[in-house]
Design a protein around this ligand. Sequence first.
Ligand code: ATP
Ligand code: MG
Length: 381
Amino acid sequence: MRVHGAWLTDPGVQAVLAMLAEGGHQALIVGGAVRNALLGHDVSDIDIATDARPERVQQLAKAANIRAVPTGIEHGTVTLVVAAVGHEVTTFRRDVETFGRHAVVAFADNIVDDAARRDFTMNALYVDAAGNVIDPLGEGLADLAAGRVRFVGHPDDRILEDYLRILRFFRFTAWFGAPDAGVDADALAACAEHALGVEGLSRERVGAEMRKLLAAPNPAPAVTAMQTAGVLAHLLPGADARSLAPLVHFEAGRVPDWRRRLAVLGGKDVAEALRLARADARALDVLVTASRDDAPAAVLGYQFGADLGASALLARAALTGYAPSDGWQAELARGAGATFPLKAADLMAAVSGAALGARLKELEARWIASDFALTRAELLA
Ligand code: ATP
Ligand code: MG
């Protein structure tokens, strides 16, 4: 089987692969790039695997005049910079020992060992510089085609090596699991058994995983499984996946937005639990509040803009079970386009200081309540 694409013929990628091959080494693209290319999804980041040890990679790079940055040398990763673009090259590895939290790795000389330490069979696929696909474990291609997200090896052992794999399991199930394949039962049982382990993960990593999971076209089945397995409760206490499927229904194919999904999921102190960026936390706050009250579409459009307003209305529909009222998009746009006809300067002759702000707010509230109808003259009067 062969794959192709601009990601593979990219001159920088080809230069790195050629440099390693000319040095007498195996050089392969591995993981997400191969998986996504086989599925026809976008390929964003490229990981390169090689049997060359990190020092050897650096030595070859020096000889080829390629800048080498030891970005993760203890894991065997060297970043090679070609035309200002970094390419991560990681030496084949195998898991040798575990302490219940992090896999301890050693370098390996062969691709089968390297494939065996990867998380899921569909992530243990490789491609050479010409696009030939290699499936060292002999399971990845079939699982990928069938939409089966399965651990490499025994799920219990693999999760005990690294609890992040619990989250990765649900994320990849959301993205690449076939709806009729269901969620892998052995994996799910192991996730349930070791659910408590996710509490030891950093909030940043949990946040990154949850954002990616919730950006899937339809995350509802995977997040529901996550809840059933007792994992969700450890990550987001109080969250409830029940309204996610209705949300996906009401979204009707519009661009997935993880914040909208997160607002529907709910839970206590979500922004804090996931270490959200300030702007995301603010948007989430708007979505949570607006989806749980009953402000009309036009008002949401005025207050939060058409995009965030639409997300709030869709989230509200999911939570209540009622579709937004007819013409809601036009109403949102009307509100988003409305401009309050007064400025602070208009009131300065009459009031000042803190009273000025309060007065302006009050007049704005009246103007909104009039459905944006009161004119400047009416407001001033
Ligand atoms: P994407 O980049 O689209 O999120 P990916 O599969 O490329 O998906 P990465 O996190 O970039 O995921 O990791 C690259 C590869 O490294 C994976 O495909 C997998 O083979 C391996 N890998 C990553 N994280 C783990 C892990 N925690 N345990 C085992 N293998 C892992
Ligand atoms: Mg990747």
